[in-house]
Design a binder for this molecule. Structure first.
Ligand code: GTP
Length: 372
């Protein structure tokens, strides 16, 4: 069980890293999470009761970093509107907007003028991770690297590009996805950059760190280190990962200091109404003023604010958007129901279905599934 730490940010809770700043890249369109990302950028999607980014920022603060620059582009204004100057989180936040999306490398280069430290922690803004960030910085300094990548070992690396290292932790190459990867180490989307490396990224055009900057540095003989561990790690890029990551936060499997209340098997936010005989479990979040009707079963799912689940309905590993309604007896499995959409009584949705906002599916036991 954890409580939010907002509002009690004394400086005695660990050593402050005054000489490290952080950059978080939050400018992507999040196309794989549509329709949820039509109205909010991926890092602002409600996850275990707060915008996903709040969890990452809580990890950055816990590591002792206080200055964070956000590289924004898509729906840029939503970040500052919510987080302001960062004081409520115990952070000093700066927002930099790209008029045209510049990619991961271009996004880092674009914030260079706002950085003052020589060591810069850079994060993809959609990664949920339990790694020891101070240890990543220590590896960077111990190996006198130009760039250090957090590399996480995963059980099945075939879905990712992998990054082999030598016994001294030096990165050897960046490999594309392959059915037979030579290592289980993958790029975890968290780096430490020496400031001079950021300044050397070409300005004013799109650059990918993964495809251009890192391979270019290797070819030029720069020192790229890997900090390898088995920490909790999840890229929240797809609906299945978003739902799983949220459930892991609620159940305390993924670490965060930003949870808004007591958790355990489920998180109920203010005004949530759950019928006494409803079963709500598996890390489910019941959003503000959301309702779960009598006899309903909601497992491992995200009910956004004002969502309504009818009597006897089943929701599994799914997202029910803000103000959306699932009718009595309906079954929603591995599905995203967009904001304000209506799933009629006794409908059956499964297999990665995505219902767009405001769509109304008629009652009557209709089965919607990509495989029928
Ligand atoms: P998809 O469209 O679903 O692939 O998601 P995405 O747009 O977020 O792309 P991806 O998951 O590859 O991005 C990884 C991280 O980099 C995310 O945190 C993005 O917000 C961020 N990002 C991607 N492109 C840009 C960009 O052009 N500028 C900035 N500032 N950040 C970016």
């Amino acid at each position: 069980m954890r409580w939010a730490s907002a509002g009690r940010h004394d400086e005695g809770d660990g050593q402050v890293l005054h000489d490290v700043e952080a950059v978080v890249l939050v400018g992507g369109q999040g196309t794989r999470l549509r329709p949820l990302t039509l109205s909010a950028p991926k890092p602002m999607l409600p996850t275990a009761g707060v915008p996903f980014l709040a969890h990452l920022l809580s990890r950055i603060r816990a590591a002792g970093v206080r200055r964070v620059v956000l590289g924004t582009s898509y729906l840029a204004e939503t970040f500052e509107k919510h987080f302001g100057d960062g004081a409520a989180l115990g952070l000093d936040l700066t927002y930099v907007v790209e008029d045209e999306p510049l990619g991961t490398g271009g996004g880092i280069r674009n914030v260079a003028g706002h950085l003052t430290a020589d060591d810069v922690l850079v994060f993809n803004g959609d990664v949920l991770c339990g790694t020891d960030l101070r240890a990543v910085v220590a590896t960077h300094r111990d190996t006198q690297a130009d760039v250090t990548l957090h590399l996480v070992r995963v059980p099945d690396p075939r879905a990712y590009g992998c990054v082999p290292t030598d016994p001294d932790g030096r990165v050897l190459e960046f490999l594309e996805k392959t059915p037979d990867p030579p290592t289980d180490q993958i790029n975890a989307g968290c780096y430490v950059f020496r400031r001079a490396v950021i300044d050397a990224i070409p300005a004013g055009r799109a650059v990918s760190v993964e495809r251009e900057t890192f391979p270019g540095l290797l070819a030029a003989g720069s020192r790229i280190s890997g900090h390898v561990d088995d920490a909790y790690w999840r890229d929240m890029g797809t609906p299945a990962d978003l739902v799983q990551g949220s459930a892991d936060l609620v159940r305390g499997i993924a670490p965060s200091d930003a949870l808004p209340g007591p958790t355990g098997d489920a998180l109920r936010l203010a005004g949530a109404e759950v019928a006494a005989d409803a079963h709500v479990a598996g890390g489910t979040v019941v959003g503000v003023d959301a309702q779960v009707g009598t006899g309903a079963r909601v497992v491992g799912s995200m009910l956004f604010d004002g969502a309504v689940v009818g009597a006897g309905a089943t929701i599994e590993n799914s997202v029910v958007g803000a103000g959306a309604r699932v009718g009595a007896g309906a079954s929603v499995v591995d599905t995203v129901v967009g904001d304000r959409a209506v799933v009629g009584e006794a409908c059956e949705l499964r297999g990665g279905m995505r219902i767009w906002p405001d769509v109304v599916l008629p009652a009557g036991g209709v089965r919607f599934s990509p495989d029928v």
